[in-house]
Ligand binder design. Sequence first.
Ligand SMILES: [Zn+2]
Ligand SMILES: [Zn+2]
Length: 345
Amino acid sequence: MRAFQFVELQKPAELRELPVPEPGPGEVLIKIGGAGACHSDLHILETPANTPGMSLPFTLGHENAGWVEKLGSGATGFAVGDPVIVYGPWGCGSCANCRVGMENYCESPVKSRAGGLGRDGGMANYMIVPSTRFLLPLGSLDPREAAPLTDAALTSYHAVKRSLHLLGPGSTAVVIGAGGLGQMAIQVLKALSAAATVIAVDTSPDKLETAKKMGADEVLLSGDGAVKRIKDITRGQGANLVLDMVGAKPTLETAAQISRVLGHVTIVGLGGGALPVNFHSPAKECSVASPYWGSIPELMEVVSLAQAGKIRMLVQQFPLERASEAYHLLHDGKIPGRAVIIPND
Ligand SMILES: [Zn+2]
Ligand SMILES: [Zn+2]
């Protein structure tokens, strides 16, 4: 089979020929339908050359869906041919966080390593998933379209859900950055909290146009005008929830300016910025969080929302041989939603 692999630190990933892996006891071999290209892969590819603990090579792709191809001995609950989505962060399965489905916060970082983020992921014809507990049935959803549900959607979903209690009637949520994750956050906000006013902020008029189609009540170009308008809409109080899907210095500054007393500022993007927190900023008793991914029960809810037609991702498909082109476009901000690599067609 062919696989798009991270071979050397600070070198572009390469397409390589590999044998189809054989599932061991409890493992499952998945025939990949789609593997999403995520911004975090760009950060991995730029890992400094002297970083310890990086075991190379491995296949990229931590946002995967496909069909069960082969079950290892003792793996049960699924049949060959079943369409499935793969929960991404693989924990130990036995620590306190793993036992409630939050394998994204596994307490055993030695054992926790996601496919595509340190071990082989889904940008290949096939991938091994270590346990059926990481598989969810997709039902009527097409794995080629559904792959982004497991990262782009799950990450946005978790970021919204933890703040739902702030989003009653009269409340305001601001999404900074209307790329793939931002578009998903807008849809999740509208689906889970229809009473809140949802505002999208971005530097790109095109992305704001998409944000409107995804349900944003108001869209604003980044800058002082956006801050003033948000203050006006919230009668000077600021937003109950600010989701920063970029996480760079200017977006974090905006987030602090539009925060509200007792509100939440949630930093989702890995843009490398830092938010100073003190008595004066963000607003008084405003909580700042930087969540990572989401839980298995939350992925079940995300799949249900997609099956009900309440969330959808703009997907641009690329064959495996064009994976590096997809990453270049992603790097240059030219992917309007999510790039998904389709290794088998
Ligand atoms: Zn990701
Ligand atoms: Zn664990």
